[in-house]
Design a protein around this ligand. Structure first.
Ligand code: 3PG
Length: 211
């Protein structure tokens, strides 16, 4: 299972980070992601609808649903019980990592510094979120880690858009990029699925060359 998740994230190249603003948008969003060929979602625990969204979207055939902004064990428990198949965190919290490892659910803690990477490596984790990427040196830092941490694969997230995603994906240690530009909260709130579908189509087209 674990390898399937890594392979799926790697093959889609983009991990849509989503804050669900209301229950009405949950199924439409899941269907748009599947129908427009980006069938993966990181549902963040930033809104009260995270659990419901993970439950609802997990039932959509072909959609891989994970949880994001998981900052404590309680949220990790709720996420996994709701059907999340992977867990993403902005930082490295021991109780989150240890709980996910015990449950055999892939976990991607956020790191920026060498010390944080080393801490993740002690847990045997080699695929890490690099967050917030653009604010902390972006692609230059990822390049600097090629030497000491050549085995580590990154999912840079934070400040990544259609304008700069390509420079990240061109790096051999970047397996995918995360970002909220695919389904921004305002567009979800407005129920603007035409725009969201366009965002997905444009993103899928842009990253095609890296597949
Ligand atoms: C996250 O939690 O992964 C980020 O907040 C997403 O960052 P972005 O909104 O800059 O894409």
């Amino acid at each position: 299972m674990t390898n399937n998740i890594f392979d799926a994230i790697k093959s889609h190249k983009i991990l849509p980070v989503i804050a669900i603003p209301n229950r009405e948008c949950i199924i439409s969003l899941g269907e748009a992601l599947v129908q427009e060929s980006l069938p993966i979602a990181e549902i963040t625990f930033r809104t009260e609808y995270a659990e419901e969204a993970i439950k609802g979207m997990s039932k959509i055939k072909g959609l891989l649903v994970g949880a994001g902004t998981v900052i404590n064990k309680k949220q990790a428990e709720i996420a996994i019980n709701a059907g999340a198949t992977f867990v993403v965190s902005p930082g490295l919290t021991e109780e989150v990592v240890e709980y996910c490892l015990a449950q055999k659910i892939p976990v991607f803690p956020g790191v920026i510094t060498p010390s944080e990477i080393q801490k993740a490596l002690l847990y045997g984790l080699e695929v890490l979120k690099f967050f917030p990427a653009e604010s902390f040196g972006g692609i230059n830092v990822i390049k600097a880690y090629e030497g000491p941490f050549g085995q580590v694969k990154f999912i840079p997230t934070g400040g990544i858009t259609m304008m700069n995603v390509v420079k990240y994906l061109a790096n051999k240690n970047v397996i995918a990029c995360g970002g909220s530009w695919i389904a921004p909260t305002e567009q979800l709130k407005a129920g603007n699925f035409n725009q969201i579908r366009q965002n997905i189509q444009q993103t899928v087209k842009l990253v095609q060359t890296f597949k």
